[in-house]
Design a protein around this ligand. Structure first.
Ligand SMILES: NC(=O)c1ccc[n+]([C@@H]2O[C@H](COP(=O)([O-])OP(=O)(O)OC[C@H]3O[C@@H](n4cnc5c(N)ncnc54)[C@H](OP(=O)(O)O)[C@@H]3O)[C@@H](O)[C@H]2O)c1
Length: 204
């Protein structure tokens, strides 16, 4: 599967590295344009390519948003993600580093409103990039990555990628309730949890 990684900073470049190590293809996009991605492409080899965000999403079967939340709206043309899985790995913070006040909505619900043709799954947003880089191949019990969404098949596709990366996929439920569990301020955010620990938190 070719995955579009939209945003290639701390978390996006990390995801690209572990996807390629797991045998996936990636097409990368950032704000500065494909030429700025030369060094990362050289590191990743032939499984990686670069494009502008709209082209990357169009070329990919599934895309992952790894840009600041404030950059998500209007970033991609709706045709590029129509009927495709769109993983929202972004987190909405206020200026003070606190969770943004979204009036009780899950941040990914708003993403789904901005991209109504896409099959939005909230995932890969809870784990710090330094943990993501190494935990999938570490010894011991697998750490959890979460999926929230209203499209069960889309969540299964994302769960397959999570498993390929060496993590345990854990379904947190619909985009609203699961998204709130996963986003900043929720119990699953930025807390490395095994599958059993994660399920205990979700059932609280
Ligand atoms: N850092 C983590 O551990 C972590 C973990 C989970 C989730 N997240 C979430 O992932 C997102 C990115 O975090 P980060 O720490 O990786 O940030 P970062 O290091 O600042 O990287 C942000 C990336 O987004 C790109 N970008 C920004 N605006 C863009 C636009 N309009 N069009 C295309 N690309 C754009 C930047 O492009 P340039 O490189 O060209 O500037 C950069 O590649 C945030 O929403 C964050 O909450 C972060």
């Amino acid at each position: 599967m070719r995955t579009g990684v939209i945003g290639t900073g701390r978390i996006g470049s990390t995801l690209a590295r572990i996807l390629v190590a797991a045998g996936h293809e990636v097409v990368l996009a950032n704000a500065r344009g494909p030429r700025s991605l030369g060094p990362l492409l050289a590191e990743l080899g032939p499984a990686a390519s670069a494009a502008h965000p709209a082209e990357a999403a169009a070329q990919a079967e599934l895309s992952v948003l790894m840009v600041p939340y404030a950059s998500v709206r209007g970033l991609l043309p709706s045709a590029a993600v129509q009927d495709k899985v769109l993983v929202d790995a972004t987190n909405a913070f206020s200026g003070g580093g606190k969770p943004a006040d979204l009036g009780g909505r899950a941040s990914s619900e708003l993403v789904a409103e901005w991209y109504p043709g896409a099959r939005v799954v909230k995932s890969l947003n809870t784990m710090h990039f330094e943990t993501l880089a190494v935990a999938g191949t570490a010894e011991g019990e697998r750490l959890a990555h979460f999926t929230a969404g209203d499209d069960e098949k889309a969540k299964e596709i994302v769960a397959g990628i999570i498993a390929d990366l060496g993590f345990a996929p854990v379904d947190t439920g619909p985009l609203h309730s699961g998204g709130i569990l996963q986003q900043p301020g929720g119990p699953l955010f930025n807390r490395p949890l095994t599958e059993a620990q994660a399920l205990a938190w979700i059932s609280h």
